[in-house]
Design a protein around this ligand. Structure first.
Ligand SMILES: C[S@@+](CC[C@H](N)C(=O)[O-])C[C@H]1O[C@@H](n2cnc3c(N)ncnc32)[C@H](O)[C@@H]1O
Length: 217
């Protein structure tokens, strides 16, 4: 799966996407990451990528011309890729969305906006607008990393055990994971619940069920 990120800050990505499971996915050839520097498509000698909003208001918007050119470049590398725009006004990212994207296995082109946002005309090139939550970040870079991390870890072969993503929070959209413990059995007067040491699988399952909370939806 080709994952192409369009950003003014490509240097932000390797530290996150090229570590741990996301690096493993790349090393195994399951994904290929590339970063398209929006500045390359800027206009004039100063490579301008933003301008003031029509109608007035604070801040600068990403201009349509560089964004269109960057998306067209990304599409020329992967014509069937789905184009995502990270934006607080998009659909809220949920585990079920992540699962469906991971299942589709089509390439991803992810647009990260910055400053006050983007010229609305860019949305004509976008298949899905995604928000990572009801708060505002400085740019789309961290949201894009969240989207990539959540999808890539679900691609077959990335997580160690095939079932690790089947029994975790939100795997059925609403149940949160039960509390878990590892060695030692006792630490600073805090003991591991006895049932988990009992070896009785049915009792352990029952304990886990009763200690799994429900997510707020
Ligand atoms: C400072 S924000 C712009 C906020 C915008 N003026 C608004 O009020 O909705 C700049 C960019 O960061 C990204 N961004 C910020 N918060 C986000 C969120 N919760 N989810 C996804 N992207 C976000 C988007 O690409 C956004 O255009």
């Amino acid at each position: 799966m080709k994952i192409q990120v369009i950003t003014l800050f490509p240097k932000m990505f390797p530290a996150v996407l090229e570590t741990s499971m996301l690096l493993k996915a790349k090393d195994l050839g399951i994904v290929e990451y590339s970063y398209i520097d929006l500045r390359e498509f800027g206009q004039g000698p100063r490579k301008q990528v933003d301008d003031t909003p029509y109608g007035g208001g604070d801040g600068m918007l990403l201009k349509p011309e560089p964004l269109f050119a960057a998306v067209e470049r990304a599409k020329s590398n992967d014509k069937d890729a789905t184009v995502y725009l990270m934006t607080p006004v998009g659909e809220r990212l949920k585990q079920k969305t992540v699962r469906s994207i991971a299942k589709e296995k089509t390439g991803m082109i992810i647009i990260c906006a910055h400053y006050e946002g983007y010229d609305e005309r860019i949305t004509s090139l976008v298949d899905r607008q995604i928000s990572i939550g009801d708060y505002v970040l400085t740019g789309g870079e961290i949201p894009a990393m969240v989207l990539v991390d959540s999808v890539v870890r679900l691609l077959p072969g990335v997580l160690g055990g095939e079932t690790s993503a089947e029994i975790e929070s939100f795997s059925d959209d609403q149940t949160l994971e039960f509390p878990q413990y590892t060695r030692p059995e006792e630490f600073r007067d805090m003991k591991v619940p006895g049932v988990l040491l009992s070896g009785h699988h049915a009792e352990i399952e029952k304990w886990r069920d009763t200690h799994s909370k429900k997510a707020d939806n």
